[in-house]
Design a protein around this ligand. Structure first.
Ligand SMILES: Cc1cc2nc3c(=O)[nH]c(=O)nc-3n(C[C@H](O)[C@H](O)[C@H](O)COP(=O)(O)OP(=O)(O)OC[C@H]3O[C@@H](n4cnc5c(N)ncnc54)[C@H](O)[C@@H]3O)c2cc1C
Length: 806
């Protein structure tokens, strides 16, 4: 065994072997994989081997497509068959709502280059004769679905990696990880130690335990999962072609051919967690006891929908555990605060996603960047606020909803409330309908007095539509109050603070008492953040950004901090805030402070410390509504006092609460982009129309070369605002944009802009189309309908910004 290696990958399941292969493929040869037992000894060996490209996140879909395409390559290199059968598959809809969902999947597939097809129930039955079409209304056909041999795939990765120079040590358990001062690791194994520059946790069923070796509690939990294999079925044996894959959402069942019979698996409602606290190290190639009662409800539906199954006997039932993150997507990437420690775990669909995970992680390790948009599976989407109890609740919820529709306006309930602010009860008393962002409860909208604060879940406009319109009206005509504690906020202090900020951010740093907007770019000049920066004093700055990206941004900030002269900390728990916006906002602020907040004394983008509502506050003359407004930040223990003062002072000014839904509506009519929708690492700042917030002349900030190149060559695509000629349905995001019969772009977000009274979609289109303003020049495909759309050359509300600056 080697005593030193550049990388030690822990875990020889499909994911670890894929990571190992991708490292060698990119030229890192001094890499080893350490496996406790034989390769495939975790959840990999008993997988059903199904694979598909469809995922709710388009970027994950791309990686799934990549994974499936990779099998040919590793078969050729290794000579090891992966046993791939591309049969094609049908996803069967038993309701119109599910059909809407499939229409969305199909529409999104268009710009991903996927070749899916919407078909009738009759056509589905022709292609998949085992079904009884009376139970279905239609289906989506995907030609790139099939199944494979899980062990074959894992060994093909492993052999290919060995050919590329990697070494694999089986029957060698890693028992501890010991960090060295220089950020490298001593990997302690049963058979000796390896000094490694990097460690990858691909521990699958034991990823939690490997995480604990470095003091991490990763949000992971294993669930039991059962599938059955039937005896030979005449319908299968008589079929000329291999039987298609099929998913029946109503029955919560997936199916595929297995030799002369069929395999049927189910994600049952009453899922059972496995080894909730600790996975035993001696768990080997074992199956868990079968529990037919648990899957009986699904089988009952299955036998009705697919009568041939009822006639066939059951040959075998497999029950095995595999791990999930709270949202069902993988956990990939470097872990903040633990140097050279990488994770590739929580991969619940290893045979669809394993290749993409290996590629993204190896890129990240070698080039410092995953090379794709991996936000949906970045480990940093969770912060230190997750707990095993919360993870447990969320994973169970996710498992039980695997085949259930999650509507775009749906807020899942498990594990809530987890994080609340001091005014949570006040908002509750005002009939708030809550959502959770990054674990923090916040008001989405306020239901009318006397009605139940609940939102119907739908692809169409919900019961929130009317109340949200009223909230928007209050902001545009009087004054609105919204809690803003969901924003991330950071304090940066010290003699090197300004120099450092100027190096990590793309805009210049504001003068004292002022604020500026600034994008943050990665080394390639792509967008990894958008912030407001306030200079409170020569050596004290505050940064405000997206709340859901806090861990993601802290990881980047901390990795780029100089050794001394600067201190950075998150104010997430320490600060809470409210914002007031609308024509009466200034009058309201003047009623709760002694300070002069007149236009001259407190202009747009001013930042001041003052007493407001009887408490010490930091007040910023800015709001995301695009209106006259202020953000008022206080220490969390003062938030309630501040809130009460604002509510009292605003009573005769038409003050009304507004929530995140109204804020979204208001920012749409200002064409303001937002993180994870319009702003993601696949876009450059000029594409995202952040041109005026990038100062290419100021200094050699991170990403400047890439940004210079983008400006010099001209952005390839541009963010545009489209006004959709809607028929009562608004975009949700990820819809294709058509022009002259071709898909040319995609929607990032949208909805109804209530004040402008228009349905709006923000979208990326090729730069050549970004100035086409003729009416109906574009179409946006919403739930299968192509609706005419017209490009708005300027924001729909206050294009000159007079209100905001007024
Ligand atoms: C019943 C069932 C059906 C499934 N069907 C499908 C399907 O159809 N399609 C699909 O894509 N996925 C399916 N899956 C999920 C699939 O099995 C997983 O996505 C995949 O196996 C995850 O692989 P992994 O490499 O992350 O983890 P694992 O397979 O668990 O591998 C982790 C490895 O790490 C090793 N290890 C852990 N800790 C240490 C240590 N300290 N030292 C050394 N070695 C260590 C373990 O021994 C193990 O071999 C199914 C799972 C189950 C249970």
């Amino acid at each position: 065994m080697k005593s030193h290696a550049q990388v030690v990958v822990i875990g020889g399941g499909v994911v670890g072997c894929s990571v190992l292969y991708h490292l060698t493929r990119s030229g890192w040869k001094d890499v080893v994989l350490v496996e406790r037992d034989e390769l495939t000894s975790g959840s990999t060996w008993h997988a059903a081997g199904g694979m598909h490209t469809i995922n709710s996140d388009p970027n994950v879909s791309k990686l799934q497509d990549y994974t499936i395409g990779l099998y040919k390559e590793i078969e050729e290199i290794s000579g090891q068959s992966c046993g791939v059968h591309i049969t094609g598959g049908v996803m069967l809809a038993g309701s119109q709502e599910r059909m809407d969902w499939l229409r969305n999947v199909h529409a999104r597939g268009r710009y991903l280059g996927m070749d899916t097809e919407l078909i009738s129930a009759e056509e589905a039955q022709r292609r998949f004769p085992l079904m009884d079409r009376r139970y279905f209304v239609g289906a989506l056909y995907d030609p790139v679905e099939g199944h494979l041999d899980p062990a074959g795939v894992t060994h093909a990765y492993a052999k290919s990696a060995r050919i590329g120079g990697a070494e694999i040590y089986r029957h060698t358990r890693v028992t501890a990880l010991s960090p060295r001062a220089d950020g490298t690791w001593d990997v302690i194994t049963e058979k000796g130690d390896i000094h490694a520059e990097h460690v990858v946790n691909a521990g699958g069923l034991w990823a939690r335990e490997v995480g604990r070796m470095v003091g991490l509690e990763l949000p992971l939990l294993a669930m039991e999962h059962q599938y059955l294999i039937t005896e030979d079925m005449p319908e299968v044996m008589e079929s000329e072609k291999e039987v298609l894959h099929a998913v029946d959402f109503e029955g919560e069942i997936y199916m595929r051919q297995e030799r002369n019979g069929m395999l049927m698996g189910t994600y049952e409602k009453a899922g059972v967690a496995w080894s909730e606290r600790e996975t035993p190290w001696d768990f080997g190639h074992e199956l868990l006891p079968e529990d037919v009662d648990r899957i009986a409800p699904s089988l009952e539906v299955g036998f009705r929908h697919f009568p041939a199954f009822e006639r066939a006997g059951i040959k075998q039932i497999i029950n095995g555990p595999f791990t999930f993150a709270p949202d069902g997507n993988p956990l990939v990437g470097p872990v903040r605060g633990v140097s050279n420690f990488w994770v590739a775990c929580g991969v619940m669909a290893g045979f669809s996603q394993g290749g993409g995970v290996g590629l993204a992680l190896s890129n990240w390790m070698i080039n410092g960047d995953p090379g794709f948009d991996v936000w949906a599976m970045d480990v940093a989407r969770y912060g230190d606020w997750t707990t095993p109890a919360w993870t447990n609740a969320k994973v169970r919820e996710n498992y039980s909803r695997r085949f259930q529709i999650t509507f775009p306006n749906e807020e899942l309930k498990a594990g809530r409330p987890l994080r609340t602010t001091p005014i949570h009860d006040r908002l509750k008393d005002t009939n708030a309908v809550f959502g959770a962002a990054y674990g923090l409860e916040h008001a989405l909208w306020f239901a009318p007095e006397g009605t139940e604060p609940a939102e119907e879940v739908t692809f169409r406009r919900s019961n929130a539509f009317g109340p949200v319109a009223n909230e928007c009206r209050a902001v545009r005509e009087a004054v609105g109050l919204i809690e803003i504690s969901t924003f991330a906020k950071y304090e940066v202090t010290g003699p090197n603070a300004e120099g450092w900020l100027s190096r990590v951010l793309a805009n210049r740093i504001p003068r004292q008492g002022r604020m500026l907007l600034s994008p943050m770019l990665n080394h390639a000049g792509r967008l990894i953040g958008d912030f407001t920066v306030a200079k409170a004093s020569p050596e004290r700055f505050y940064i405000f950004g997206s709340g859901i990206a806090e861990e993601y941004h802290l990881r980047w900030f901390e990795a780029h901090l100089p050794g001394s002269g600067i201190s950075l900390r998150s104010l997430a728990a320490e600060w809470s805030g409210v914002s007031i916006a609308g024509p009466n906002a200034r009058e309201l602020l003047s009623r709760i402070t002694e300070e002069d907040v007149s236009r001259q004394a407190f202009p747009f983008l001013a930042f001041r410390e003052m007493c407001a509502g009887g408490v010490r506050a930091k007040v910023a003359r800015i709001t995301f509504t695009g209106d006259l407004g202020f953000e008022i930040w206080v220490r969390t223990d003062f938030q309630r006092t501040l809130y009460d003062a604002v509510v009292e002072a605003g009573a005769d000014l038409g003050l009304r609460h507004f929530g995140a839904r109204a804020l979204n509506s208001l920012r749409l009519e200002k064409s303001f982009g937002t993180w994870a929708r319009e702003f993601r690492p696949i876009y450059g700042p000029f594409e995202a129309r952040l041109d005026r917030f990038v100062d290419l002349e100021k200094n050699d900030f991170i990403g400047r070369d890439g940004a210079m190149k983008e400006r010099h060559e001209g952005p390839k695509r541009r963010l545009v605002t489209l006004v959709v000629d809607d028929d009562g349905v608004d975009v949700m995001g990820d819809e294709p944009v058509w022009r002259n019969g071709e898909v040319i772009g995609w929607v990032t977000s949208g909805g109804y802009a209530h004040h402008a009274n228009k349905s709006v979609a923000l979208a990326y289109v090729p730069a050549v189309n970004a100035n086409v303003t003729e009416a109906g020049a574009f179409e946006v495909e919403i739930l299968g309908n192509r609706r005419p759309a017209t490009l708005a050359p300027a924001p729909l509300f206050d294009p000159a910004g007079a209100r905001m600056r007024g």
